[in-house]
Structure formats: structure tokens, C-alpha cells
Design a protein around this ligand. Sequence first.
Ligand SMILES: NC(=O)c1ccc[n+]([C@@H]2O[C@H](COP(=O)([O-])OP(=O)(O)OC[C@H]3O[C@@H](n4cnc5c(N)ncnc54)[C@H](OP(=O)(O)O)[C@@H]3O)[C@@H](O)[C@H]2O)c1
Length: 236
Amino acid sequence: MSSVLQDRIAFVTGASRGIGAAVARRLHAAGAKVALASRSGDDLGLEGALGVACDVTDRGAVASAVDATVSQFGGLDIAVCNAGVGAYGDFVSLDWDKVEAMVDVNLMGTLHTARAAIPHLVARGGGDLLAVASVAGLRAFPGESVYNASKFGQVGFIRSLDHELRDHGVRCTNICPGGVATEFAFGDGREPGMPELDGMMSAEDVADVVMFALERPRSVRLLTASFRPAGEGSWG
Ligand SMILES: NC(=O)c1ccc[n+]([C@@H]2O[C@H](COP(=O)([O-])OP(=O)(O)OC[C@H]3O[C@@H](n4cnc5c(N)ncnc54)[C@H](OP(=O)(O)O)[C@@H]3O)[C@@H](O)[C@H]2O)c1
């Protein structure tokens, strides 16, 4: 059976590993033409895909990466703002470089990607703009003040854009997972096999939800998808 995503053109940030890589692989398997953006520019060896080196904190670099995607594939139908970083601890003790990185990558990176992508989505008569935000974009957690701020910002931005872009046929979706076993989650002194990581979702579990949103008929918009590992609390 042919996929509704066959030949759709997708730009995914943070696609070199973790959730972004899982999303890029699923889109590619569904027949989409995929541009994978990250600082390394890794294309994961996906045949026909475009790897683009781009730091999402650099607005010009993001614009160039989106332009390269449009030149290569002839347009843009889907943009996934996924690149993200996290650092945890009391606000006053957080290394300031990490504070700035969370705002610059998670929030500004999403704004840069959306700004570059939206004119192309609108020009196609519609499309999809998704942010891989977090349950931390819906609920405050101790020790996550700046991560929370960046993710609440991302969620609010995408929610507001949905009002603005609905009449253009662009669906705006926040994907808000709880814990996912990626390098990101292994940060801050954690290692594979530690009990804190037991029962976390996989990057593929998140990609499933992204694909669910993208595969809805155009008459349906999924605004926010909040989902958690079975063992995680129910807040948010
Ligand atoms: N893991 C979780 O528990 C979890 C839960 C909820 C939400 N999230 C969100 O999911 C998203 C993806 O996280 P993940 O767990 O997949 O993390 P990950 O495994 O650490 O992957 C992060 C990706 O972002 C890229 N990246 C980092 N900084 C970048 C920058 N400045 N410019 C461009 N690309 C950059 C990395 O590639 P390069 O290093 O090559 O640039 C990598 O591809 C993030 O927004 C995160 O907040 C994660």
C-alpha cells in the first residue's frame, strides 16, 4: 500500500541520532524525501537523503539548510524542529553556557527553523510543522527551570502558530514525550543500564507518534501529543 508520505519532502533537525534519527528513518522508509540537519550533517547512510551540516542556533545557517533542501528536492512539506539539549540542577548553580545553550538550541533553534520553513510550507498550499518539545513543555519539574522555560516557550510558540497557519493548511503539532532512552537522557552522569533509565521509551516510540500525526487525513490536526513511559508519573 502506498504511504501518504510518499515523495513528501521533510526537513528534520537534530537528525544525526536519537529521536531525530528515528523520525528521519521512519520518514525515509515511508517514501519521503528527507533532509537530515545537525551540526555533524550525518545522513545516516539513507539512500537519496540529504545530510546538511547546520547549527540551529545560527539563523543564517538554518535558512541555508532549508534552501538547500528546497533546491535538492523541489519544495518543502514537513519541518520537524527536534534538535535539543538539556542540563539540570538549581538555577543559580547552572553553568551559564548551558543556560544559554538550552534557550538558543531548544527555543531559538525552533524559531529559526520555523521562520525558514513556513514560507515554503505555505507556498505548497499546506504542510506540517512539528516540534519535538517535551512533557517539560507542559509541566514544571524541580531542577529543570531553564529546560522548562525553553520547552514551555517551544510549546507556546507552536500552539500560537497553529492559529496563524491554519488558514494556510499548515498543521502545527507539539510532540511531548516523557523519558526517552537516548544520549540526551544518558547525560548528566547517567549511563546505559542505570535504574533511572529502566522502562524509558525508545526513540522509535516517539517516531511512531510523529508518524501518527503526519499520517492523519488533512481534515484532522493533532495539536499536542503528550505521552509517557508506563512507569512514569501522570502529571502534565
Ligand atoms: N530523551 C528524552 O528523554 C527526551 C524527552 C522529551 C523530549 N526530548 C526532546 O527530544 C529532542 C531530541 O532529543 P534526543 O533525546 O533525541 O537527544 P540526542 O540523542 O542528544 O540528539 C540530539 C540531536 O540534536 C542535534 N543537535 C544538538 N545541538 C544542535 C545544534 N546546536 N544544532 C543542530 N543540531 C543539534 C544532535 O546532533 P549534532 O550533535 O550532530 O549536532 C543530535 O542529532 C530534544 O529537543 C529533547 O529536548 C527528549
